[in-house]
Design a protein around this ligand. Sequence first.
Ligand SMILES: CC(C)(COP(=O)(O)OP(=O)(O)OC[C@H]1O[C@@H](n2cnc3c(N)ncnc32)[C@H](O)[C@@H]1OP(=O)(O)O)[C@@H](O)C(=O)NCCC(=O)NCCS
Length: 159
Amino acid sequence: MMNDIRVEKLLINYKTLEQFKRFKEYGNQELSMLEDLQNNIIENDSESPFYGIHIGHTLIARMSLYRVRAKYDAYFEPPQDYLELWKLEVLPDYRGRNYGKALVDFAKSFQLPIKTNPRINSHGFWEKMGFQKAKYEMERDLGENPLIWMPAGVREKDV
Ligand SMILES: CC(C)(COP(=O)(O)OP(=O)(O)OC[C@H]1O[C@@H](n2cnc3c(N)ncnc32)[C@H](O)[C@@H]1OP(=O)(O)O)[C@@H](O)C(=O)NCCC(=O)NCCS
């Protein structure tokens, strides 16, 4: 059953953007992709930072992943490229069936450290996924409470 879960990179097209409307965290990022498509600033089927899981033709889970370059890394030692993960969301009817885990495992498969800003109430999930609270540094984290995951051999930066 678990082996059937396939994570795919999502392309920017009207169909994907229509499917995004079903997710709670729909906002500026999606609207700006839609505008860029409508104004021909980007081509149909351009790459997006989103990855998702489909059941049939329905997108039921997604996340955004962005590779932050080492020169902007303020979390890990030594400074290195890491992944910022956001907008992880499984549609309500499909929760609790390992789709969230499948997306996080996919992100981990790049073997880069990962940083995310968890939503309230999702701490239990992130803890299960092996994420830990980053040591809080006010000037870096301000109002955020970032969680981090590190592959073997990577350490958190001392703050
Ligand atoms: C948080 C979210 C991404 C998790 O995805 P999911 O597909 O439902 O989770 P999975 O089925 O992959 O869960 C993997 C493991 O984490 C656990 N888990 C999932 N959500 C959890 C939670 N909120 N608290 C504690 N553990 C949780 C599961 O029980 C499972 O553990 P197991 O392997 O021992 O059975 C998804 O539920 C979601 O999009 N929620 C949106 C709203 C939200 O953040 N809710 C938080 C709970 S109210």
